[in-house]
Design a protein around this ligand. Structure first.
Ligand code: ADP
Ligand code: MG
Length: 379
């Protein structure tokens, strides 16, 4: 059954009558990894996998929710002390609370929601959930007076304050600002952004999820950050955003070889994002793909956040003639994003599935994605 019909049916049976439909999307990031905390660029877009909700104000001070996918209900008030126990409901409670904290209005409502963003696959189902409800609450109770950046920050603060996830702004930003056939280059230092048309006739974007997550003992993220901070400090700049290779090479003798490699990746990655944007403007898909492979190489060899499974997925993509392929996300597991010519799409999926399965004993999960609209009201 279509998502909307499924929600409609559950809304009628739980609450009766009808509400207004809203949706928001999961996201991909084409290139720009580990750049956010270095003041660099990311290049995300919203995808055709969404969380959708039917919502109706109920004239009380209580929120009544039903999650179709989890077949679970939750009711809560809107005061800080009313936090629900279920994790999934805390995303929505958090959005309400963060809206109120910013001076916005939230009143009681009934809502049913469902989605098709795979959970925990690196496509940010949580950001889709937050931005769907942030957008709806803004539309229903605040006459859309809260600007879009603030909606993204409401989602981000929800993760920080109600879900224990210390994330950056990219996921919520992409989910709120996403536009069909466009990627958005976000400058993580100034928060300026720019849309780039992403019309890739003849190619598809395919996510290959390794379904592995290596648990690491020595908090590698913090170590990577510390390396970057040390090099920036040595260069007398705030973040590596302001460095280039010449500057780095001038202090090569004063930093450890490990720190040097980390910084080399970050500086290269900033350039690669800009290079991909230029290439897209020229319609030069081959260069986009080449830079994606370079990012993978850098993440694997210089930044050392890959793993055997992800390197294998990258190798198989190369062998199959995939135009571009790289780790998407922080690394140590999760998925690769692949730019795949239409004519090898089916054979690539068959080959990568079979080869990965015979090597690691389980199949990767495959998701085709299309760059689509982000948060919206559905009339
Ligand atoms: P992701 O990488 O997909 O964002 P997270 O662990 O951050 O993974 O968020 C997943 C959580 O978001 C789920 O555990 C659940 O609480 C909530 N969630 C996401 N999608 C749905 C859904 N369709 N229905 C109910 N809850 C959902
Ligand atoms: Mg998440």
């Amino acid at each position: 059954m279509e998502l909307q019909d499924k929600i409609r049916e559950a809304f009628v049976s739980h609450f009766g009558g009808e509400g207004i439909f809203y949706a928001s999307a999961g996201r991909i990031n084409l290139i720009g990894e580990h750049t956010d905390y270095n003041g660099g660029f990311v290049f995300p877009g919203a995808i055709d996998k969404v969380i959708m909700a039917e919502i109706r104000p109920n004239g009380t001070d209580k929120v009544n929710l039903y999650s179709v996918d989890l077949n679970d209900s939750s009711t809560f008030g809107l005061e800080e002390a009313d936090a629900p126990s279920q994790q999934w409901a805390r995303y929505i409670f958090g959005v309400c609370r963060e809206t109120i904290k910013r001076g916005g209005t939230v009143k009681g409502f009934d809502a049913v929601f469902a989605g098709n963003v795979p959970l925990g696959a690196g496509l940010s189902s949580s950001a889709a959930l937050e931005s769907c409800f942030a957008f709806a609450v803004n539309d229903l109770f605040n006459a859309n007076s809260i600007d879009k950046f603030e909606l993204a920050k409401i989602g981000q603060s929800t993760e920080h304050n109600y879900c224990g996830v210390n994330c950056g702004i990219m996921d919520q930003f992409a989910s709120v600002f996403g536009k069909k056939d466009c990627l958005i280059r976000l400058d993580c230092r100034s928060l300026e952004y720019e849309y780039f048309p992403f019309k890739i006739d003849g190619y598809k974007l395919v996510l290959v999820d390794s379904v592995v997550k290596h648990e690491l003992v020595d908090s590698p993220y913090n170590k990577r950050r510390e390396s970057c901070e040390r090099v920036a400090k040595r260069l007398g700049i705030e973040t590596l955003r302001d460095a280039d290779m010449e500057m780095l090479d001038a202090v090569k003798a004063d930093v450890t070889s490990e720190d040097y490699m980390r910084a080399r990746f970050v500086i290269g990655e900033k350039e690669r994002v800009l290079g991909v944007c230029d290439a897209l403007n020229r319609g030069d898909i081959a260069t986009v793909g080449r830079l994606m492979y370079e990012t993978h190489e850098g993440l694997s060899k210089d930044y050392e956040v890959s793993c055997e499974e992800l390197d294998y997925l990258n190798d198989v993509a190369k062998e199959c003639g995939v135009t571009g392929s790289r780790i998407m996300g922080g690394g140590f597991g999760g998925c690769t994003i692949n730019l795949v010519p239409d004519d090898i799409h089916d054979s690539f999926i068959a080959t990568v599935t079979e080869k990965f399965n015979s090597r690691y004993g389980h199949k990767p999960k495959i998701y085709d994605v299309i760059i689509s609209d982000g948060a919206r009201r559905i009339d």
